[in-house]
Design a protein around this ligand. Structure first.
Ligand SMILES: [Zn+2]
Length: 142
């Protein structure tokens, strides 16, 4: 689905607040961390997805070219046969900090949970809720 073209959408996305402590927000993103983090979003949203960072593989599975200016994208499968577990592609060329990764994960997970919300304010309120829930998950005693 097309993402983040409109300036209002850009701003709402940029306003998403990561629950990460300040000193972790600018740390680089590696695939291991991203996979762990993605699992937390899948847990709080109760919506499983496959995380894909190989954009060529994503393009080949979805049958659509991955646009290089997209930070992230989800693929639900064709209308006639939705995937049981959708794909979420994260472009590590653009998502370079953990704070940006949190925003991207929250944004795309929101699309999986409430696809009809589009990019309305309510959509980003849901994305923020997911971030807050991930924050509670990671600060709760083990
Ligand atoms: Zn979006």
């Amino acid at each position: 689905m097309a993402d983040r073209a409109h300036p209002v959408t850009e701003q709402r996305h940029a306003d998403l607040r990561s629950p990460l402590p300040e000193h972790e927000r600018d740390l680089p993103v590696d695939v291991g961390w991203l996979r762990w983090r993605a699992k937390l979003f899948a847990t709080v949203s109760e919506r499983n997805f496959h995380l894909v960072t190989d954009l060529a593989a994503y393009a080949s599975i979805s049958g659509m070219p991955y646009l290089s200016h997209y930070a992230a994208q989800v693929y639900l499968g064709p209308k006639t046969g939705r995937l049981k577990v959708p794909l979420m592609a994260i472009n590590l060329g653009l998502v370079t900090t953990r704070e940006e990764a949190d925003r991207a994960l929250a944004h795309e997970t929101m699309h999986l949970v409430v696809p009809s919300y589009g990019h309305k304010a309510a959509a980003f309120a849901r994305a923020q809720l997911l971030l807050d829930q991930v924050g509670q998950l990671t600060t709760a005693p083990a």
